[in-house]
Design a protein around this ligand. Structure first.
Ligand SMILES: [Zn+2]
Length: 192
C-alpha cells in the first residue's frame, strides 16, 4: 500500500485533518468569508502540511525526494497524475523490488539488465530505455535526476507533458513485458 502521506502529496490534496482544522479556523473567524481569507487559510494549511512532510521519515521517502515542496506541486495548474505517472511518483508499480514484495515476482532484478529494479533504476538508469531517455533529455535540454525532475515538470505545461509522456511510454511498455515475463516464470514453475 502506498502510504497515506505519499498519496496526499501525489494528489496535491492536504491531509483531511488539516482541511478540517482549516474549515474550523474559517468558521471561527466570524468575519465575511472572502476569497482572500480562504487563500490565507489554505496557505497556512500547506505550511503545516509541509512541516509534517519535512518530518516524515517513514515510508514516503521516494515521493518526498521527488516532491520536496508541496506548495509548488499543489499549486501547479498543469498537474495531472494518471496511472503510469502515479506508479513513478509512488514507486509502487512495475518495479521488481515492489512486485517481488507483493508476491508477483521471484526476485528484485530488472528483467532487462538484472540490476536491482526500483523506480529510480527504470526511469533514470536502465539501459533498456537509454534512447528514450536521451531523446527526452535532448528535448528538455538538461540531465534529469530524481532531485530535479519535478521542478522541471512544474516549469511549463510543455515540460510537464514531455515528462509525463516519457514516463508513461516506458511504464506502459514495461508493464506489458513484465506481465509476459511473470507468465513465463509461472509456466516454467508449473512444468517442474
Ligand atoms: Zn534495467
Amino acid at each position: 500500500m502506498v502510504s497515506a502521506e505519499a498519496l496526499c502529496a501525489i494528489a496535491g490534496i492536504p491531509p483531511i485533518d488539516l482541511l478540517v482544522q482549516e474549515r474550523g479556523r474559517i468558521d471561527e473567524a466570524n468575519v465575511e468569508v472572502t476569497t482572500a481569507l480562504k487563500k490565507r487559510e489554505r496557505l497556512r494549511t500547506i505550511e503545516e502540511w509541509q512541516l509534517r512532510w519535512d518530518r516524515n521519515n517513514d515510508k514516503a521517502q521516494w515521493t518526498k525526494r521527488l516532491i520536496p515542496h508541496l506548495g509548488a506541486w499543489t499549486e501547479c495548474r498543469q498537474r495531472r497524475t494518471g496511472y503510469f505517472l502515479t506508479q513513478f511518483l509512488s514507486g509502487h508499480g512495475s518495479f521488481r523490488v515492489y512486485t517481488n514484495r507483493i508476491g508477483k515476482a521471484n526476485d528484485n532484478l530488472c528483467i532487462y539488465c538484472k540490476n536491482v529494479d526500483i523506480a529510480e533504476h527504470t526511469i533514470f538508469e536502465c539501459l533498456k530505455w537509454a534512447s528514450n531517455r536521451h531523446r527526452f533529455e535532448m528535448d528538455a535540454g538538461r540531465y534529469l535526476t530524481p532531485d530535479n525532475i519535478v521542478q522541471y515538470m512544474l516549469g511549463s505545461t510543455a515540460n510537464y507533458e514531455l515528462t509525463a509522456n516519457y514516463i508513461s511510454t516506458i511504464m506502459k511498455k514495461k508493464e506489458t513485458e513484465e506481465r509476459e515475463s511473470q507468465a513465463e516464470e509461472k509456466r516454467r514453475q508449473d512444468q517442474r
